[in-house]
Design a protein. Structure first.
Length: 132
């Protein structure tokens, strides 16, 4: 049983469109949200997702704050965080928020598909090491 339905959250419409294309080519059912608040609304409306992929830096709630809220309302849904702005504190903050993996931008589409396919509801948290 693999990932079937994924919620992708990013305030950059171009990134959102590109991620949708990559994931749909990979056979995923993709729902996009333009903000953390939009994502929370979709979850609160009763939509269920196998996994959520969110950007870190967004206006309003950032990806870590979103993950913290999601962990309360959908505790079994793994959250993957993507960011091009890895500070030394990001992995620790992500882990504390229950984020399953921090994916460093830029990443290759094949890496994104691999990461998503590796995650199921029963995997333990993982953090990628920043690329130097």
């Amino acid at each position: 049983m693999g990932i079937q339905k994924i919620l992708v959250v990013d305030d950059d419409r171009d990134n959102l469109s590109l991620l949708r294309q990559i994931l749909e080519i990979g056979g995923m059912n993709v729902v996009c949200a333009i903000s953390a608040e939009d994502a929370l609304g979709k979850i609160a409306a009763g939509k269920s997702f196998d996994i959520m992929l969110t950007d870190l830096n967004m206006p309003g709630l950032n990806g870590i704050a979103l993950a913290q809220r999601v962990s309360v309302i959908a505790p079994r849904m793994p959250v993957l965080l993507m960011t091009g702005d890895i500070s030394p504190d990001t992995p620790q903050m992500a882990q504390a928020a229950g984020i399953a993996l921090v994916l460093n931008k830029p990443f290759h589409p094949a890496r994104l598909m691999q990461v998503i396919q590796e995650h199921s509801l029963h995997q333990s948290p993982m953090l990628e090491q920043p690329t130097l």
